[in-house]
Design a protein around this ligand. Sequence first.
Ligand SMILES: Cc1cc2nc3c(=O)[nH]c(=O)nc-3n(C[C@H](O)[C@H](O)[C@H](O)COP(=O)(O)O)c2cc1C
Length: 143
Amino acid sequence: MANIKVIYQSRSGHTEAVAKEIADECGTTAISINEPNMLGPADLLFIGMGVYAGHPDSSLMDYLDQLPVNTIRGAAIFSTSGRGVDNTHLVVNLLEHKGITVYPKPCLLKGQFLFVAKGRPDKRDFRKAREYAREVMNAFNGE
Ligand SMILES: Cc1cc2nc3c(=O)[nH]c(=O)nc-3n(C[C@H](O)[C@H](O)[C@H](O)COP(=O)(O)O)c2cc1C
């Protein structure tokens, strides 16, 4: 059985809500990067991020930067943002630099910001997140 973990960075709870769906689908619990426990090794690590001024939060970059090498085999990234577009490249680059294989498709969902993407993430987003989790796990198991 693969060791799957889910971590997230979230300022206002949108990414956290998605992380909980993904973790539940994977049979685990979502871990905030602010929780003081050591992550430990993982075969597959789901990483959740919000987008702020086009970027991941610096706390997430610092957290990932400090992951010990050779402890994480594969990673998959999900994000919530007002526009729902791909702002994951900095995280992808950092992970690949550490020798971690990143699933080629991120899960990009919307998260409300002022009057943009009102009510998101919603039930449909949560369903997409769960589908994504299954897709990544299947790909990982079929390696
Ligand atoms: C300070 C700030 C800056 C933001 N900048 C962007 C942005 O550049 N592009 C975007 O699509 N969404 C932007 N958003 C919207 C957030 O990405 C969105 O609300 C996301 O769901 C937040 O996730 P969280 O609740 O997990 O922190 C911004 C939100 C805040 C609070």
